[in-house]
Design a protein around this ligand. Structure first.
Ligand SMILES: Cc1ncc(COP(=O)(O)O)c(C=O)c1O
Length: 447
């Protein structure tokens, strides 16, 4: 038997410890060990339970599939849950936003001020009623519409402000209401990502003249697809209703006369979709609570991570747990001499290699072709319709903060929402920490 000297054993233990610490901290993209274990089992949102199956089957087993009983229950239960007088279930948030615009009496040539940073529907819903979106910049910390920019963008043609409670954070509704009231403007709330988000304790959808929610797959309340139009105002309800259900404006008890009273669309939802959403709604307090708890655990674990911009939440504007947004300090990209957008692509790749999938998206709305070309319906309509009082400027250089947000925003909803729990959240945090603590080692393409 060969005798190995003690000093050599000690040396080789130290070497292998050294090696494993090195491969642990060495980024996976550079050949190191992954931060997220292979068996982590990130679970896709939402969790489907027996209650979902039973309610969906109950819808199938009755025979009113249009305007059915589950649609009625969904509307009244969401109105009660949100503390809002009226709620109409729709087939999407986009249709609900269009109903808001119409409900607020916005029409051809009217300008509606909205954020440069959102999902496309926040702006296209304005065009759906032949009005003109006017974009303004956002606040860096919250990524929400900046009330000071709103005030500066008001013209004699301004009819409404459409705010977006982006990434589940409520806008500063005191400041927005103040501007709106002083200039006699309507307020529309795009709450599509913000079920249960609050401003100073009051749920969104209760500050504006009308509000819209989405029930699309990745939203805190999922119905596969779907939406809600909400308002506390009877007149807004009537005008909003007039664009859905084929412009049928008469009360249900009047029966149908199959006459077009105006131009109508079809935004109703089916009983089947409503039954799924209803079942999810009945556990929304629980799932929102879990998403929030996971979000706060992540936030705590990521405190002090170098170059990482913490995802926003505050006492007045607490998150509903929609998404923990990963952003990099733009100053780091500058110092390193790389483009922020290229750095973000590289970070996303590095996180992916560690086992944490994230997505990027171009939500700089004025940059999209429909606005740059000023052509939605063809022949330059609605900008060319003769109702516009002035030429609106969509030069993206006006929105430097929104541009930085777009250039650095990474997100995911399937790595922290329930049924994911502590183990998945801790793995999420470990991957982000590792990449940011070794950010100098992340290979970045330039140019
Ligand atoms: C901010 C925002 N507004 C509007 C919408 C449109 O909702 P839907 O897809 O249900 O039409 C979405 C959906 O992603 C959204 O995130």
């Amino acid at each position: 038997m060969q005798i190995v000297p003690r000093s050599l054993i000690h040396h080789s233990i130290t070497l292998s410890l050294h090696h494993s610490i090195l491969t642990m901290s060495k980024l996976a993209i550079n050949g190191g060990q992954k931060a997220v274990p292979d068996d982590i089992g990130f679970r896709t949102w939402p969790e489907i339970t027996k209650e979902d199956e039973e309610l969906v089957l109950a819808s199938l087993r009755q025979n009113q599939h249009a305007s059915g009983p589950h649609v009625q229950m969904l509307q009244s239960e969401f109105a009660a849950w949100n503390g809002t007088k009226h709620c109409m279930a729709t087939n999407g948030g986009t249709g609900a936003l269009h109903m808001c615009v119409a409900g607020c009496g916005v029409g051809p040539g009217d300008e509606v001020i909205t954020t440069a940073l959102s999902w496309t529907s926040s702006a296209t819903a304005i065009i759906h009623h032949n009005a003109i979106p006017v974009f303004v910049d956002v606040d860096w910390e919250t990524m929400l519409i900046d009330p000071a920019c709103v005030e500066a963008a008001i013209t004699p043609s301004t009819k409404a402000i459409l705010v977006v409670h982006y990434f589940g954070i409520a806008c500063d509704m005191e400041a927005i209401r103040d501007v709106a009231d002083r200039h006699n403007l309507k307020v529309i709330e795009d709450a599509c990502q913000a079920h249960g988000s609050t401003w100073k304790g009051t749920k969104v959808g209760n500050f504006g003249d009308a509000g819209a929610f989405s029930l699309n797959q990745n939203k805190n309340l999922c119905g596969g697809e779907g939406g809600f139009f909400v308002t506390n105002n009877d007149e807004v309800l009537q005008r909003g209703k007039a664009v859905t259900s084929f412009s049928d404006m008469r009360p249900p008890e009047a029966g149908r006369d199959f006459h077009d009273y105006g131009l109508g669309w079809m935004y109703r939802t089916s009983d089947l979709a409503a039954s799924f959403a209803l079942s999810q709604l009945r556990k929304l307090d629980k799932t929102n609570g879990q998403a929030r708890a996971n979000w706060y655990r992540l936030s705590e674990a990521l405190k002090g991570t170098p170059h990482l911009v913490p995802s926003f939440s505050s006492d007045d504007q607490p998150t509903n747990g929609y998404s923990y947004v990963v952003r990099t300090d733009p100053g780091y990209a500058k110092e390193r001499g790389v483009k922020l957008s290229n750095l973000t692509n590289a970070v996303s790749k590095a996180l992916g290699a560690e086992g944490l999938p994230t997505s990027r998206a171009n939500w700089m709305l004025p940059a999209h072709t429909v606005f740059q070309a000023k052509n939605a319906y063809g022949k330059g309509s609605p900008w060319s319709d003769g109702h516009c009082q002035r030429e609106v400027n969509y030069d993206v250089a006006q929105f430097p903060v929104a541009q930085d947000c777009v250039d650095t925003c990474l997100w995911n909803v399937n790595t922290h929402r329930p049924p994911n729990g502590d183990r998945q959240v801790d793995a999420f945090a470990a991957a982000v920490r590792k990449v940011y603590e070794n950010l100098d080692e992340v290979p970045v393409e330039n140019g």
